[in-house]
Design a protein around this ligand. Structure first.
Ligand SMILES: *Cc1c(COP(=O)(O)O)cnc(C)c1O
Length: 370
């Protein structure tokens, strides 16, 4: 192993542009010179490409992934007092969306894979429960057969936070297409990142689709007539043009992430002090690796060692699961989730990580435990 210190940031924000600068500049010039800023053809084309990619009937580009959740919940008619069950291991945006439409987020445990613990859902269901919100975290789709079973048994809706799961599949079906609606984020560090904020809502339900179309654009119908109360939450046409271009290369992006994950898995699987994400299983899970989140004994010492080697790591949600936000009124203990958060962290997983860098990271972690 080479001794020279590297510089492998957790996420290289400036590379996002530098990696394909000429094409991005060309798109910028093309869109701006046409004066095509809001609800223009590039957005429509991007939405159509996404319908094909996701195999879903309706897709709407919106301002960000959080708005996508809020608009979706509004569209299914979630209202005051309604409860939605979700994992505590998620971004604050998932419970915030429920709270902001008047509902109550009910937090549940995560299991070993970091996602909603199937065994911790049923006993949290009450008369007020309206929906279950699985969060397809790190680019893996939840075990949707189990969640569908519970939802059916109790007459609940499924609403999917697939912010981290674009193109991830469970049994050949894309994350976000199982429930009443699903959402994606185009935040720069997400799988398909734009140059700012962006998001999408997908649904197969024509009534929900119609409501979302009104909600994202001031309640205006296709003739421009206001027929409902609405927000302004449109995905910028310029961002859509860039995303449409990036989507055309997305398959190779996924391939790249999966090959980096394989290097991590094969290199680290024999270290007893680590718990790795399960590798993809043929048929069930098609993982797209938004993140590579693992668990480690002596996590803090390991992270410090990796920092010295020039390797950027982070702990998801800055180390705080949602139920620990006491300022928001949460007062609950979730033991499994807390145990998970004592050990979890993430190593670099993005478009810019080279295979040779992944090997360097593996070697550094091995060196630490030797
Ligand atoms: C990023 C993210 C969101 C929110 O998306 P924004 O586009 O940042 O609003 C919601 N849920 C999860 C799980 C996320 O990772």
């Amino acid at each position: 192993m080479k001794d020279s210190r590297r510089n492998i940031p957790f996420f290289p924000y400036s590379e996002l542009y530098e990696s394909d600068k000429e094409n991005f500049n060309r798109i910028f010039e093309d869109v701006c010179s046409r004066g095509a800023y809001i609800l223009q053809e590039d957005l429509e084309e991007f939405e159509n490409d996404l319908k094909d990619f996701l195999n879903v009937k309706y897709v709407y580009g919106v301002a960000n992934g959080t708005d996508a959740l809020i608009l979706g919940l509004k569209a299914i008619g979630l209202s005051t007092g309604d409860e939605v069950i979700m994992p505590s291991h998620t971004y604050i945006a998932s419970p915030a969306s429920v709270h902001l439409v008047g509902g109550t987020p009910i937090l549940a445990e995560c299991s070993q894979d970091g996602m909603l613990d199937i065994g911790d859902i049923e006993h949290r269901i009450t008369d007020k429960t309206k929906a279950i919100m699985p969060v397809h975290i790190n680019g893996r789709t939840c075990k949707m057969d189990k969640i569908e079973e519970i939802a059916k048994k109790y007459g609940l809706k499924i609403v999917e936070d697939a912010a981290q799961g674009l193109g991830s599949k469970f049994r050949d079906k894309c994350a976000g297409t199982f429930g009443a609606f699903g959402t994606i984020s185009f935040y720069p560090a997400k799988l398909l990142g734009c140059f700012g904020d962006g998001g999408l809502i997908m649904t197969n339900d024509s009534a929900i689709s119609e409501k979302i179309s009104l909600l994202r654009d001031h309640g205006r119908n296709e003739e421009g007539k206001v027929i409902a109360w609405g927000y302004n939450s449109r995905l910028d046409n310029l961002q859509a043009a860039i995303l449409k271009f990036k989507l055309s290369k997305y398959e190779s992006e996924i391939k790249h992430r999966r090959s980096i994950a394989k290097i991590y898995h094969n290199g680290l699987k024999d270290i007893d002090a680590l718990k790795l994400p399960e590798p993809p299983t043929d048929g069930d899970h098609f993982d797209v690796y938004q993140n590579y989140e693992l668990r480690a004994k002596n996590r803090e010492d390991l992270r410090e060692f990796l920092t010295k080697k020039g390797i950027g790591t982070i702990i998801q949600w800055a180390g705080t699961p949602v139920h620990k936000f006491s300022d928001l009124g949460f007062d609950q203990s979730l033991e499994k989730t807390e145990e998970f958060f004592r050990e979890c962290f993430m190593i670099p997983m993005n478009f810019a990580v080279k295979e040779e860098e992944a090997n360097y990271i593996v070697d550094a972690i091995k060196e630490f435990y030797e």
